[in-house]
Design a protein around this ligand. Structure first.
Ligand code: GUN
Length: 305
């Protein structure tokens, strides 16, 4: 008789995110007591993308909860690139602001890259500036800002596998600058043997089957199937995809990840759910990066997460 596998542990991203937020709150309060400095974050949104509006509102709310000075700049989608760059410049020199986040995507007439590279790397709490990307790939993680989603995913992996991933194989599916590439750098820095797979990888299923740690960041609903998973693997599902759910009523939808959760949970050792996995970690790590930035600006040793 074949061995019966236990179902995977479901990794509670909400609980881990809450513990990060508690650390951020006490670090912010400690900095204020010690130096009078209040961490400040500016979030800039251009246009009316509904998903972006929801994300930005929740970032502002969480920042206030952490005791930060939080400002939102809401600009019309007709804003010129020059005007947006002028705002970034103003925030770069504003002593009350330690973190700047320009919500992406930007309208088509604005060059995302030009705007991101205009942010002072020391305030780039998204970790998207080439200086921060370069520091991460060269291993200068201590002084870098690491992009929030991979940083949060890494904390979840640590909870399951510890900090040293020596001897473990990690496969990252997706090669974006925001998730796939920085995720691979973090896993490599933790001594994992890392493969980045993507849409042109010939046998994706076989590649995934090698993974002790499988990170899915492709934006395709439920693409990773149960028979792609190595028994006992740790699965981190970065995808957030809204799909129709007619069973919930006409016009209803639901969120799913890039991983077919139920069938993969039969094989994996641990798996993140969607929602409630990586999602809450992203915003928690944005708060963590902002408080770290404030500590650096004050010349004090920042907390670690
Ligand atoms: N759009 C979707 N996710 C993000 C993010 O993490 N940062 C920014 N700036 N824009 C986004």
């Amino acid at each position: 008789m074949a061995a019966v596998l236990d179902k995977a542990t479901v990794i509670d991203g909400k609980a881990v995110a809450e513990s990060v937020i508690e650390t951020v709150k006490s670090a912010a309060a400690g900095l204020k007591d010690a130096s009078g400095l209040v961490p400040g974050i500016a979030v800039v949104i251009v246009g009316e993308d509904p998903a972006s509006q929801v994300y930005v509102a929740s970032k502002g709310k969480k920042a206030k909860e952490c005791g930060f000075h939080s400002v939102q700049h809401t600009l019309p989608d007709t804003t010129s690139e020059a005007d947006l760059l002028a705002l970034v410049d103003e925030l770069n020199t504003d002593p009350q602001i330690h973190g700047i986040l320009v919500q992406l995507p930007l309208p088509d007439h604005i060059d995302d890259g030009r705007v991101i590279q205009a942010i002072n790397p020391e305030k780039d709490v998204d970790g998207f500036h080439v200086i921060n990307a370069g520091k991460l790939t060269t291993g200068e993680i201590e002084s870098a800002f690491v992009p929030c989603t991979p940083a949060g995913s890494m904390l979840l992996i640590e909870r399951v596998r510890g900090k040293d991933l020596s001897g473990l194989t990690a496969v990252v599916v997706g090669r974006s600058n925001i998730v796939g590439k920085p995720m691979a750098s973090l896993l490599l820095a933790a001594n994992a043997t890392v493969t980045i797979a993507h849409s042109r990888t010939p046998d994706l299923a076989a590649t995934c089957r090698n993974a002790d740690i499988l990170v899915a960041a492709v934006g395709r609903p439920e693409m990773i199937k149960g028979d792609w998973v190595k028994p006992g693997a740790t699965i981190i599902d970065v995808g957030i995809n809204r799909i129709p759910a007619p069973e919930r009523g006409e016009g209803k939808s639901r969120l799913v990840g890039d991983v077919a959760f139920a069938e993969c949970a039969e094989v994996a050792g641990a798996i993140t759910p969607v929602p409630g996995g990586v999602g809450p970690m992203t915003i928690a790590m944005l708060m963590a990066n902002t408080v770290v930035s404030a500590y650096r600006h004050a010349g004090r040793t920042p907390p670690t997460f």
